[in-house]
Write a protein that binds this ligand. Sequence first.
Ligand code: GAR
Length: 195
Amino acid sequence: MKRVVILISGGGSNMVRLVESMTGDHPARAVLVVSNDATAAGLDRAALLGVPTAAIDHRPHGRDRAAFEAELLKPILAAEPDILCLAGFMRVLTPAFVERFAGRMLNIHPSLLPKYPGLHTHARAIAAGDGEAGCTVHEVTPVLDDGPILGQARVPVLPDDTPETLAARVLTREHLLYPAVLRRFAEGNRSPLMI
Ligand code: GAR
């Protein structure tokens, strides 16, 4: 059984879908949910699902990412993960941290990468006049929102969309895509899933 640690920063709706998917004959189980924000609603949702949680506040470390990550690593390593899933985790990780989990860390990003790495993806897609948008699950490499693509899901951009309405439409697809990709990944299948 593969051990999965999920990193969040907020509501954790993707985390919930991942945890709920890992039952029965699924080859993985969620063993820990970690947030960089102790007030993240996702921590309560994880606890209700019976998954252990940890909160490591990044703020006392200021801009010292390495110091934050030294604390972040403690509960993660204690959980002995095979796979790390970033699910709305909004801190940029250092190359040293990423390389430690090379080939074992996934991220979901709310755009059709390589379009729109970084923030404000939906506003950028609308401003560009794109006819479609979506989300991407990819392996994490030291370059932000880069790395081999493991799956993508597409949605139309509608004429009256706002960043909020588009984000909500994309999120429904994130909830399908991430569990599907994680299952394939845990089974050793890294070929891209396009839905
Ligand atoms: C999701 O839309 C996810 O793709 C995005 O944050 C949201 C988290 O929602 N991630 C990023 O923007 C990463 N750069 P959730 O907490 O409800 O899963």
